[in-house]
Design a protein around this ligand. Structure first.
Ligand code: PLP
Length: 490
């Protein structure tokens, strides 16, 4: 399998090692497989009796054909071990007529673990195979969950250093504590005075500068990315959609609908890739919070980021530039239009797709959004009526799934992706349940006491850990911070 950039009409080809090592294409586009991957019915049936790690290796080997199958299987087994994921990485749970795909049983209690426990191993293999000199400097912009999951995945991985930038005031107390206490010799964390988009733009600008890249090379590093723009993040996510479809035990010819609470459009794009590859998926429901730029895009064909930015109780979805949408655009309308749309977005903050493009998109995607009030009501209703406790992000999804069912009367089984442990967002979940509580650990205890559910070990243990990182900088100073870290960590 060869890869191309979503903005390159000459379609220069890259191998999987280059794709994972570089993260982003030289023209600023995103890498994507040149050919469509296809799983036949027999391929899917053969995965049925396999473990999650074996399913992962089998699925991923179709995309990353340069990797030796044994190396992939070894990496998947290490990433998806019992030590890392107390249950299997992607169990299904039924409640209130929907099936929740719970992706938060990993070390940081959010779905990004599923990709980020594996991706550093893929990067290590890629560095080795591509024979580059120097170490990878990974810069991550996070709206909360990516940062911790990336730190956890990369901590003490040889030949890598990782620096995470988070928006000051844009992440929860617990998310902040998780990051600031991260262990490992090769890690650093820095706050940014701005929102998530400022962090993401800062990282993109650093990556895009030839000058900076040259300077970094002199210090013995090359850039890499662990954001969901890296294809190495995306491909492990395809696995759990295929795995879920198998575990749903659908009758022959039947398919399911999947609702994904969405921010950067990475997770739902992985669901679309699973569908394109032959998984029995009917419709994808894109669920947004009050930052409903994607909802508006799928409704009108206009993507307009020039709008007020809201801080919501689902902060990992507080995003106005959904980077992975670019890959969907490329799939539907090719590199020339995609490059133009992205240019318009960068220069004017807006683009509009042609009517025929919108029509194609709407054949696979529906979109809904959930305000704070309905998010809270959804949490409360599902707990009180069905005994199912969900976090704020999952609630945005559950509400959208209900809206979709109401609008279409679809009888397909509905999978809602459950992206974080409710304990990770305890204050908001407590408030939704009508409990009075403080912030941080106090809320966590209150939630556990009220629901009689156990706090996950990794969150409970945070309480006694000491902060290791203290800095907060302006967006303009992100590069200087990264450089200082690279040099000091040598
Ligand atoms: C990152 C995240 C999301 C959004 O996922 P995208 O891939 O950015 O669309 C949703 N929920 C939680 C808990 C997250 O951490």
């Amino acid at each position: 399998m060869k890869f191309v950039s979503t903005r390159d009409k000459s379609a220069r080809e890259y191998n999987s090692y280059e794709v994972i090592k570089n993260g982003i294409a030289p023209d600023g586009g995103l890498f994507f497989p040149k050919e469509n991957v296809c799983f036949s019915k027999d391929d899917l049936a053969s995965l049925k009796d396999k473990s999650y790690a074996e399913r992962a290796a089998a699925v991923i080997s179709k995309y990353l054909t340069d990797f030796a199958p044994e190396a992939l299987l070894y990496s998947c087994k290490a990433a998806y071990s019992k030590e890392k994921f107390s249950k299997t990485p992607a169990p299904l749970k039924e409640a209130g007529g929907k099936t929740y795909l719970e992706l938060y049983h990993g070390p940081t209690c959010a779905f990004k673990d599923v990709a980020l426990q594996l991706m550093p191993r893929l990067l290590s293999l890629s560095i080795e195979k591509s024979g580059v000199t120097g170490d990878a400097l990974i810069l991550v912009a996070t709206s909360g969950d990516t940062g911790k999951a990336a730190l956890e995945g990369f901590a003490d991985v040889p030949r890598t250093k990782i620096m995470v930038f988070y928006p000051e005031g844009g992440v929860s107390d617990i998310q902040k504590k998780q990051m600031l206490t991260q262990k490992g010799k090769n890690v650093s964390v820095c706050g940014v005075k701005g929102n998530f988009d400022d962090c993401q733009t800062g990282v993109k600008n650093i990556f895009g500068s030839d000058n900076i890249t040259a300077q970094l090379k002199n210090t013995g590093y090359f850039f890499s990315s662990a954001n969901s723009i890296n294809f190495g993040r995306l491909v492990p996510q395809v696995v759990y959609y295929i795995s879920a479809c198998i575990d749903m035990k659908l009758d022959d010819g039947k398919s399911c609908d999947i609702t994904v609470p969405t921010g950067n459009f990475g997770n739902i794009l992985a669901a679309y890739m699973a569908k394109k590859a032959g998984a029995p998926i009917n419709r994808l429901i894109c669920a947004s919070n009050k930052n409903k730029v994607l909802n508006d895009f799928f409704t009108t064909g206009i993507y307009d980021r020039r709008r007020e930015f809201y801080l919501t109780s689902s902060p990992s979805m507080d995003i106005l530039v959904s980077s992975n949408l670019e890959r969907l655009l490329w799939l539907v309308c090719g590199p020339v239009k995609t490059a133009l749309y992205m240019k318009n977005l960068k220069e004017n903050g807006i683009f509009e797709v042609d009517a025929d493009v919108l029509k194609i998109l709407r054949e696979d995607f529906s979109a809904f959004y959930t305000d704070e009030k309905n998010c809270n009501l959804t949490i409360r209703k599902n707990y009180e009526e069905f005994g199912y406790l969900m976090d704020t992000h999952t609630a945005v999804g559950a509400y959208a799934a209900d809206m979709y069912k109401k609008e279409t009367a679809s009888e397909n089984p509905m999978i809602v992706v459950s992206t974080a442990s409710p304990f990770k967002f305890s204050p908001a979940v407590c408030r939704a349940l009508g409990l009075s509580c403080g912030e941080g650990f106090e809320a966590m205890d209150r939630l556990s006491e009220y629901t009689r559910l156990e706090i996950p070990d990794s969150l409970r243990g945070l309480r006694t850990e000491k902060d290791r990182f203290y800095k907060t900088v302006n967006p303009e100073s992100m590069y200087a911070e990264a450089l200082e870290f690279a040099i000091s960590a040598k």
